[in-house]
Design a protein around this ligand. Structure first.
Ligand code: ACM
Ligand code: ZN
Length: 546
């Protein structure tokens, strides 16, 4: 019976004309792959119950909690045959070939809502789409005292949806400016609204070490504090204010990982090495080529002192740290940075030069590759994969490395052509720390210009990449480097609504892209962000002006 309902929905969607015109269609972001809007509405009422088949119970409970809070409706979970007016969640593993793990079918009729998926993630995303079909107040964290005009009504639709890319990410940088765990949770919630599913945490840098490592406690004792930071408005001058200690305890990390998992967001840790490693060497100067002493960097930019790969103890040290990182983060990919690594110190370091000779390497770029290879093998022994910025291509990629392409897309193309997986995060489209408008009154930022429309234009699959290698493009990621983001409100301002545009880039089929339609839908989407209390930037028609 349940199978048949799913099948009927499938038939309807197959027959539906694919159109790029959304007209008065519901303002869903990201746009679903296929949607047919029908007559009528479904209403949440005191009679509405939620039914789940075997395996769908946890997602049904989450959806019930999400809907109960704002509506104040009981929405009891009921076993057995659904009553008229029910919301039904069905886990059906046989849908996997068609929907993957994250796809879903959503049928909204006046008498029933049905969400079918092959896995829990798909049920979650179907539930998120249902929430977007309801009035924006459904995203309120508080009980809505007066039901919206028209009640808690969703238009009748038949949707079949699945993401275009598996990696739909954002990067948060708590190293330059620390972001409290409660904010990470809020960001995860806002990502889930947009069906974004990867949050990379840039946990270490020259300006701070922000993750507790039990075996090496000095890392946070000394590395999570800096003497001062650049002044607002004058990046060359210091503010004279001690910053820190700020870091995440292991307990907080476990709590964040679990919170994100419930929302189908993977937290990917980034532990920078061998460059951007100064905060660690403040605590343990012997990890460097010259031995220190060092202090945590008080200006933005890149530090010339980096990890010494000629030193066996330095390798053992990062393996210790990564062991604890792997215990905390279940993510398949562990990001090891690898970017902006000035290798000058290695040129004059006897240990590094001895390593180059002993390993028959041709210069310092290959020494970085040799180091990456050791780390890659170590991560592989724990069932993990190494991911690094595109500089890891310079001395030759290690066999299993995946590349995050930030200096444009060339690195990503080279890596994919060589059979490596790639996440696209180019400065041309994905750097959300760049200005979104040149209008007066915009906050200080690192520079650059990426208006909302530029993000929306992004195509993660380069035209020149042969068909046979395109599957290596895992997806794309927006970066929120925090040099000029002091608070969570600043992060939200830079992130949204650009992350909404990125969400559509990585979720919706390329052929459905429609910037005018996106901008229209965004007008109805922003009230959802208002309900979530997100400090987004209000887009304006003038933003594209150079
Ligand atoms: C980077 O922006 N240095 C990855
Ligand atoms: Zn060295």
């Amino acid at each position: 019976m349940k199978q048949r309902r799913c099948f009927a929905l499938l038939l309807l969607l197959c027959m539906a004309p694919l159109t790029n015109s959304w007209g008065a269609a519901p303002a869903l972001i990201p746009a679903p792959a296929k949607m047919v809007v029908a007559e009528g509405t479904f209403r949440l009422t005191r009679e509405t119950s939620i039914c789940a088949n075997a395996g769908a119970e946890a997602e049904a409970r989450k959806l019930a909690v999400a809907l109960r809070t704002p509506t104040g409706l009981a929405l009891p979970l009921k076993a057995g045959e659904p009553k008229p007016g029910a919301i039904v969640l069905q886990l059906d593993r046989s849908l996997e070939p068609r929907l993957g793990a994250e796809g879903y079918r959503l049928s909204v009729t006046p008498t029933r809502v049905t969400i079918c998926a092959a896995a829990e993630a798909g049920l979650f995303y179907g539930g998120m789409t249902l929430r977007q079909l309801l009035p924006a107040q459904v995203f309120s964290a508080k009980r809505t005292t007066r039901a919206p005009d028209g009640g808690w009504a969703a238009p009748c639709v038949e949707i079949e949806d699945r993401p275009r890319f598996a990696w739909r990410g954002l990067l948060l940088d708590p190293a330059r400016h620390f972001m409290p765990p409660e904010f990470i949770k809020k960001l995860v919630d806002t990502m889930a609204l947009h069906k974004l599913n990867v949050l990379q945490l840039h946990l270490t840098d020259d300006q701070g070490w922000r993750i507790e490592i039990k075996k090496h406690p000095q890392l946070t004792k000394l590395g999570s504090v800096r003497k001062e930071s650049p002044v607002h408005g004058d990046r060359k001058r210091g503010d004279g204010k001690r910053y820190g200690p700020f870091f995440y305890t292991q307990r907080q990390i476990r709590d964040l990982v679990a919170y994100a998992q419930v929302r189908h967001v993977t937290l990917v840790p980034e532990i920078e090495m061998p460059g951007h490693f100064l905060a660690a060497m403040v605590a343990y100067p012997a990890l460097s080529c010259r031995g220190g002493p060092f202090e945590v960097r008080t200006r933005w930019g890149i530090e010339p002192d980096i990890l010494c790969p000629g030193n066996d103890a330095a390798l053992a040290f990062v393996k210790d740290a990564l062991t604890e990182v792997c215990e905390l983060f279940p993510s398949l990919f562990i990001h090891i940075g690898g970017d902006e690594c000035p290798r000058d110190r290695w040129k004059t370091c006897p240990k590094c030069q001895a390593r180059i000779r002993a390993e028959n390497l041709h210069g310092e770029a290959q020494l970085q590759t040799w180091f990456n290879h050791r780390i890659e093998e170590f991560l592989a022994s724990k069932g993990r994969r190494l991911l690094g910025w595109d500089e890891i291509l310079e001395g030759g990629l290690t066999p299993g490395a995946a590349v995050m392409s930030w200096r444009g897309i060339k690195g990503g193309i080279a890596a994919a052509n060589a059979g490596h997986d790639v996440v696209m995060a180019p400065t041309t489209h994905c750097y959300f720390d760049y200005a979104q408008s040149k209008a007066p009154g915009e906050p200080e930022c690192i520079g650059g210009f990426i208006p909302l429309s530029r993000v929306y234009e992004f195509e993660p699959i380069p035209a020149e990449l042969p068909e046979s290698q395109r599957h290596h493009i895992l997806g794309a990621q927006g970066t929120l480097w925090s040099e000029y983001m002091w608070t969570p409100r600043d992060v939200e301002y830079f992130a949204f609504p650009r992350a909404a545009a990125l969400a559509e880039v990585v979720w919706s089929p390329a052929e459905r892209k429609d910037v005018a339609g996106f901008e229209r839908r965004l007008q109805d989407h922003l009230p959802r962000l208002d309900q979530l209390g997100v400090n987004y930037r209000k887009p304006s028609a003038a933003d594209d002006r150079k």
